[in-house]
Design a protein around this ligand. Structure first.
Ligand code: NAD
Length: 271
């Protein structure tokens, strides 16, 4: 099986590790390099995963996954480049780092070393992620196929041109946070209407799960599904009127534009 080294055992590194193990990836083919000892120990005890240094992890892996913050990207790639990378074994780097273009990594690596940039999201923890792939200059079709195979075990996989990844980050990378925020706001509103927090939470969570399943399984658009809930002159129409007059659509447009701009900015400042 493909040996995978995860550099950075934070939230997304852990989501990937947990999702891969859950989907049947062998723990002996996974390794994590995590800077903080206590965090490394936590990952080792939770998942039984081997924790090691960046150099050892990189030397022995087929796929080296970068899951550190943009500000740590350069030092981590420099450290990887110093190790004995194996050209014969066709190793490759997969960067999950938001904003940072593959062109920033490629000159720091041995000539022609393949890099694929990926924007995942945290639902891969439960096998329901979406990972958006963009090949760097030296990544070949077989590299892309390998990464597609690995990530399809933890959710859906989409491929785009790298210049679309900042927009992708705004939509699906950050996306789970928007739904969690909406859930939070709806629970609070339910409590405001007199429901207990437990009841309000249970209703909101199942309504989200059910709506997501309908979106996934139905051929109808979100608009058509919404119309089916909206009786003329009824309760939903009253609620939607309030959401629209409070600028819901504009708020999402501005929010996603801000996320995209921030992703671009993080790529520029991650030196
Ligand atoms: N969290 C998300 O939803 C999400 C989604 C998509 C992409 N990303 C991207 O993934 C990356 C990590 O995000 P996160 O939320 O997991 O952050 P995080 O801070 O939770 O995790 C980063 C981890 O990297 C470790 N680290 C830093 N330098 C290191 C080094 N030199 N060697 C080993 N480990 C080192 C840190 O100790 C930390 O545990 C970011 O670049 C982010 O843009 C995150």
């Amino acid at each position: 099986m493909t040996r995978i080294a995860v550099i950075g055992g934070g939230r997304i590194g852990e989501a990937l590790i947990a999702g891969l193990l859950e989907s049947g990836h062998a723990v002996r083919d996974l390794v994590v390099a995590e800077k903080f000892e206590s965090r490394a120990a936590e990952l080792a005890s939770t998942y039984g995963i081997l924790t090691t240094s960046i150099s050892e992890a990189s030397e022995n892996a087929d796929v080296i996954v970068l899951a550190v913050k943009p500000g740590d990207a350069e030092s981590v790639v420099t450290e990887i480049a110093k190790t004995d990378l194996d050209g014969e074994r066709e190793q490759l780097i997969v960067s999950l780092i938001a904003g940072v273009p593959t062109a920033k990594f490629e000159p720091k690596l041995p000539a022609g070393f393949p890099v694929i940039r990926v924007m995942p999201n945290t639902p891969m923890l439960v096998g329901e992620g979406v990972s958006v792939l963009a090949p760097g200059r030296y990544a070949k079709a077989e590299h892309l196929e390998l990464v597609r195979t690995i990530l399809s075990s933890v959710g859906k996989v989409v491929t785009v041109k790298e210049n679309q990844l900042d927009a992708v980050t705004a939509v699906s990378g950050s996306g789970p946070a928007y739904f969690f925020l909406v859930a939070e706001a709806m629970v609070d509103a339910g409590v405001g209407l007199g429901l207990s927090r437990d009841v309000a939470s249970a209703l909101v969570v199942q309504t989200m799960v059910g709506s997501a399943a309908m979106l996934d399984r139905s051929d109808e658009t979100p608009t058509e599904l919404r119309y089916a809930v909206t009786s003329p002159g009824g309760t939903t129409a009253a609620a939607v009127r309030e959401l629209e007059s409070n600028g819901l659509r504009a708020a999402f447009f501005h929010a996603l534009s801000a996320a995209k701009d921030r992703s671009t900015e993080m790529g520029i400042t991650a030196e």
